[in-house]
Design a protein around this ligand. Structure first.
Ligand SMILES: Nc1ncnc2c1ncn2[C@@H]1O[C@H](COP(=O)(O)OP(=O)(O)OP(=O)(O)O)[C@@H](O)[C@H]1O
Ligand SMILES: [Mg+2]
Length: 330
């Protein structure tokens, strides 16, 4: 049997909406059962937890006017699945804490952080963070496809933007302006006239004026092209980077799950150095697939190193090709 402390912690975390603590307690419970020799119960609990963590996002319908421009999902990813430096995790936790206790802040005339800018290289967890925040806040996630806004709806972007901000007022949700640089970048170009400029200015004004209960998250990987004027509009800025050694090890452990065997962490970290979180995750998936197809239940270290090297090689040749295409012809 689980200890009464564990049961109390489980119930408490459920009612406090603390999903991370709920999961940790459930896993502690599994470990406790395993120690007592109840390995079947322990395995059952772990399976339930894994299934709960992985259940995929549910797609919801959207207004016909915004079809193709905004997609709505109900994500189910937890904070514990994000592998980031402690400083970033703490910033995310602070955002969640302020959200959960926003009425307390409001009584003192303060509002919770709810306009957030995420910046950093590709594949480091920006989009995933928005999914995690929506899941932890139990809010639906509205993903605004910014590149569509500036290409497909050229000429009617301002009208579309207004509709989006009307929706932000109307529905409490987390609105993610993903690949946000599609608007941001245009403003700093030399031919800084025309519709894009108006769109960006309108966007900035809408963000500034917004006093809804919704969350606005903008994600970009090209911070340098973004206008300084943008920064003032956000309550918090989260900067992402490629994973550190310990991040790599944790990512590998999380991703391999029950397929994990014993590895030399320093070798793994050395081989994976320079890859993004997304690439490390893909290499782990490749190794798992290989293990499954050859009837194995564990991923061997040599196979994991091989898939990591493959990813690195693919990345290197991509960069080399890009550099070659930039070399001027003589
Ligand atoms: N910090 C992370 N922790 C755990 N998994 C991660 C992390 N970052 C990326 N991943 C894995 O890689 C996938 C892609 O990451 P994500 O889409 O969040 O990257 P991104 O920063 O938004 O990249 P881009 O700038 O290209 O949009 C995620 O779905 C997840 O599987
Ligand atoms: Mg992204």
């Amino acid at each position: 049997m689980a200890t009464s402390e564990q049961l109390k912690a489980l119930i408490k975390s459920h009612f406090e909406g603390d999903a991370e603590r709920f999961l940790t307690t459930a896993l502690q419970l599994a470990a406790h059962e395993a120690r007592k020799g109840h390995s079947a119960v322990a395995q059952d609990i772990r399976l339930i937890v894994d299934k709960g963590k992985q259940s995929s996002a549910k797609i919801l319908p959207i207004k016909p006017d915004l079809e193709g421009l905004v997609i709505v999902v109900e994500p189910n990813i937890r904070l514990s699945q994000l592998v980031l430096p402690e400083t970033l995790i703490n910033k995310i936790k602070r955002i969640l804490r302020e959200f959960r206790q926003r009425s307390k802040l409001l009584k003192h005339g303060l509002s919770n952080r709810r306009k957030i800018l995420l910046t950093g290289p590709p594949g480091t967890g920006k989009t995933m963070t928005a999914y995690v925040m929506a899941a932890e806040m139990k809010l639906p996630l509205y993903v605004v496809l910014v590149d569509k806004l500036v290409t497909k709806y050229m000429g009617e972007t301002s009208a579309k933007l207004r509709q989006i901000f009307d929706l932000i007022q109307e529905k409490q949700a987390l609105f993610l302006f993903d690949e946000f640089d599609a608007i941001g970048a245009e403003r700093s170009r030399d031919n800084d006239v025309g519709e894009m400029r108006r769109v960006l200015n309108a966007f900035l004004q809408y963000i500034e004026r917004d006093d809804s209960d919704s969350f606005i998250v903008a994600a970009t990987n090209s911070i340098d092209v973004l206008d300084q004027a943008l920064f003032r509009r956000f309550d918090d800025i989260l900067q992402y980077a490629k994973p550190t050694e310990s991040d790599i090890i944790q990512l590998v452990e999380n991703r391999l799950g029950t397929f994990k065997a014993g590895y030399a962490p320093s070798t793994i970290a050395k081989v994976a150095e320079g890859l993004s979180h997304a690439e490390v995750a893909q290499a782990c998936d490749d190794a798992i697939k290989e293990a499954i197809l050859s009837g194995k239940t564990k991923v061997k270290e040599e196979h994991l190193l091989e898939t990591l090297r493959d990813r690195k090689e693919a990345y290197r040749s991509f960069i080399a090709q890009q550099n070659a295409s930039l070399t001027p012809l003589t």
